[in-house]
Design a binder for this molecule. Structure first.
Ligand code: UT7
Length: 327
């Protein structure tokens, strides 16, 4: 096996959404909003909310177990677990270690990665670096969130936007041919810029207020930057491989807002029917949104083995990123 030829190939994926669904109509009885306003500005109709006592690691473990089952693998086959989350069960230990334990994985290493809504793209990229270095063989890459716990339920500008859930993908190091025909992660591009902190942040934490805090967002400001940053990083991924939008089978964006998804896809010339959209039923599940959307499109038969899939995200920080995977 030549290290330079290693690819991180998708072996399976899994998803989990809490049972409880919160509709826009219910929200309109909690704050001064309406189904019409939320749907028109965001495309969101409903979101799932974790039950009392149901933690991020529990959601993540269910998605991860589903991914193992989907891949026909067991706990013994995994030697790397990365959980992307901004809503860990505890400040420490890492949520990933609790998922590792819940699944009965005894070998290897597990750690969390925090890049807010870009967490899954960052975690997938990190796993890819481990696998293609030859140090690890099979990675469980999880995005799991309980953003409902970070929301100020009296702030109509934010509480209508987010939901809870988890998704997971299993990557395996396989020998490729160094060509674009290879299955696996073909390119990835990560960016961050801390000067944008005040536009999207949580106003608490152990090192500052010693509290958990609440999510705060200047929505219009985030929107203003989002489309440009997302399209830039998508262009980086396409040009790294010498591809155009027409070569991509599926664009699977972070699901924050239908208007951002549509505007970025349109700017780059992606046909609407190639864009996977779940925001209507999931809301913004932060790091979980991309693996949830991937799993949905795989299980309903849209994404097939060999398809070129482009994922992209933008989140607090700001962090943003993209990757192209041949499924
Ligand atoms: O994962 C990445 C993180 N987040 C994002 O990507 C979010 C990016 N931003 C957005 O999606 C949009 O900016 C929002 C959906 C958050 C807001 O839409 P907008 O079109 O930018 O609205 P706005 O913030 O400019 O507010 C327009 C009006 C305001 O009233 P006035 O000042 O015009 O009287 C708000 O107070 O809408 C009001 N408003 C609401 N009205 C009903 C704000 N939230 C609500 C609400 N229901 N839930």
């Amino acid at each position: 096996m030549h290290l330079a030829n290693l690819r991180s190939v998708v072996r399976g994926c899994g998803a989990y959404l809490p049972e409880r669904i919160l509709t826009n109509d219910e929200l309109s009885r909690m704050v001064d909003t309406s189904d019409e306003w939320i749907a028109q500005r965001t495309g969101i109709r409903e979101r799932h909310i974790a039950a009392e006592g149901e933690t991020t690691s529990q959601l993540g473990a269910k998605a991860a177990q589903a991914a193992l089952d989907n891949a026909g693998l067991t706990a013994d086959d995994i030697d790397l677990v990365i959980c992307a989350t901004s809503t860990p069960d505890y400040t420490f230990p890492a949520t990933a270690t609790q998922i590792q334990h819940a699944l009965g994985i005894k070998q290897g290493v597990a750690f969390d990665l925090q890049a807010v809504c870009s967490g899954f793209v960052f975690a997938l990229t990190t796993a890819d670096k481990f696998l293609t270095s030859g140090s690890h063989k099979r990675a469980l890459v999880i995005g799991a969130e309980t953003f409902s716990r970070l929301l100020d339920w009296e702030d109509r500008g934010t509480c209508v936007l987010f939901g809870d859930g988890a998704g997971a993908v299993i990557l395996e190091a396989q020998t490729g041919t160094q060509s674009l025909k290879d299955r696996g992660v073909l390119t990835s591009h990560l960016r961050s810029d801390g000067q944008h902190r005040s536009k999207l942040f949580v106003d608490g934490g152990p090192g500052s207020t010693r509290t958990v805090g609440h999510l705060r967002m200047e929505g219009r400001e985030v929107f203003r930057f989002a489309v440009g940053m997302i399209t830039d990083v998508i262009e980086d991924a396409l040009s790294a491989l010498g591809l155009t939008a027409a070569d991509i089978d599926w664009l699977v964006p972070h699901q924050a807002n239908r208007r951002i998804i549509d505007a970025s896809a349109q700017k780059l010339g992606f046909a609407p029917e190639k864009v996977v959209v779940t925001v209507e039923r999931h809301g913004n599940t932060s790091a979980a949104s991309i693996p949830l959307a991937l799993c949905e499109a795989v299980s309903d038969g849209r994404i097939k083995k060999g398809d070129l899939v482009l994922i992209e995200s933008l989140g607090g920080g700001f962090t943003w990123g993209s990757a192209i995977i041949r499924w």
